[in-house]
Design a protein around this ligand. Structure first.
Ligand code: CP
Length: 313
């Protein structure tokens, strides 16, 4: 595995889950593997979990992580080919990616969807430009259309907490006041499609995710019907895909409550807006897995970095 940019870079989800669980039991076992290797983390957007857990994963492998908030601190990067650069951008991705590749053995990138330019988002312009112009492996820390480190983390968390062979997992849209990307929802769908689970999605009309990603996964527009007999309820907001990037609904009738989910385990990638996406009673209750999910981010990232280091960088 040269790069980790998509859930499909996981060749065998079950063996990856077992490998990540083994890392969790003994996180410093491979402390020598990344000695004298540098991980560069480039953030075009905000982060708490991804930033710290990926650095922690690198440190557990003996790597040196270096971090840059690209949007705030670096020169404005131009991604267009043949652009007359007489506007706000000061450095082309061709130079930027080549230069960072000289300082780093692996580059990890976070670059969210614009939610205003569907074509640019679907083409993954930032991620694909780094793949094209960098000379070292690339890790996706959430791109326009996917968050594969989160998706893999969620697979680990479900595997650890499942009490039956084929649990029912429900991905439910939940309200939010802002337009949010589809990346987490997309990667969660793609991950569940690889696992031995009964998986359904529920969202209001107008909020179906990209049908090329949801494929044959059942989609309910009635949340109550979808949540019946759920073992895991994964809540996430996303803006409309059909009416690209628009917020069509902000009332709280899709907010997750204890009454709605019953005995099911509750999952969310965080950060989460309390009492908008999910009620306090759920997050503070014994069935919430959100803190455990965040812990597993380290071990998901650590396995990805370990696999990249093992193939030689
Ligand atoms: N879940 C997640 O990616 O969190 P951050 O945005 O804080 O990194």
């Amino acid at each position: 595995m040269k790069n980790y940019t998509h859930i499909n870079d996981i060749d065998n989800i079950n063996s990856w889950i077992e490998e990540a669980k083994a890392i969790k039991k003994n996180p410093l076992k491979d402390i020598k593997l990344g000695e004298n290797k540098t991980l560069g983390l480039l953030f075009f957007n905000s982060s708490l979990r991804t930033r710290l857990s990926t650095q922690k994963a690198a440190l557990n492998l003996g790597m040196n992580p270096i971090v840059m908030n690209v949007s705030g601190d670096a020169w404005g990067i131009e991604f267009g080919d043949g652009t007359l650069m007489n506007g706000s951008t000061a450095e082309h991705i061709k130079e930027a990616a080549a230069v960072v590749s000289q300082y780093c053995d692996v580059i990890a990138i976070r670059a969210f969807a614009t939610l205003t330019d569907k074509e640019k988002d679907e083409n993954e312009v930032v991620l694909k430009s780094f793949l094209k112009f960098a000379s070292v492996p690339i890790v996706n820390m959430e791109s326009a259309t996917g968050h594969p480190l989160q998706g893999f983390t969620d697979a680990i968390t479900i595997s650890e907490n499942a009490t039956k062979k084929k649990p029912k997992v429900v991905l439910t849209w939940a309200p939010h006041i802002k337009a949010l990307p589809h990346a987490v929802g997309n990667s969660f769908v793609q991950t569940m499609q690889k696992m031995n689970v009964e998986f359904v999605i529920t969202n209001p009309k107008g909020y179906n995710l990209n049908p090329e990603i949801t494929k044959n996964t059942p989609i309910y527009h009635n949340q109550e019907d979808a949540l019946k007999n759920a073992d895991f309820v994964y809540a996430k907001n996303w803006s409309s895909y059909e009416d690209y990037g628009k917020v069509l609904k902000t009332d709280l009738d899709w907010t997750i409550t204890n009454k709605k989910i019953g005995d099911a385990k509750f999952m969310h990638c965080l950060p989460v807006r309390r009492n908008v996406v999910v009620a306090d009673e759920v997050l503070d209750g014994e069935n919430s897995l959100v803190i455990e999910q965040s812990n597993n981010r380290t071990f998901a990232a650590q396995l990805v970095l370990k696999k990249i280091l093992k193939q030689g960088v």
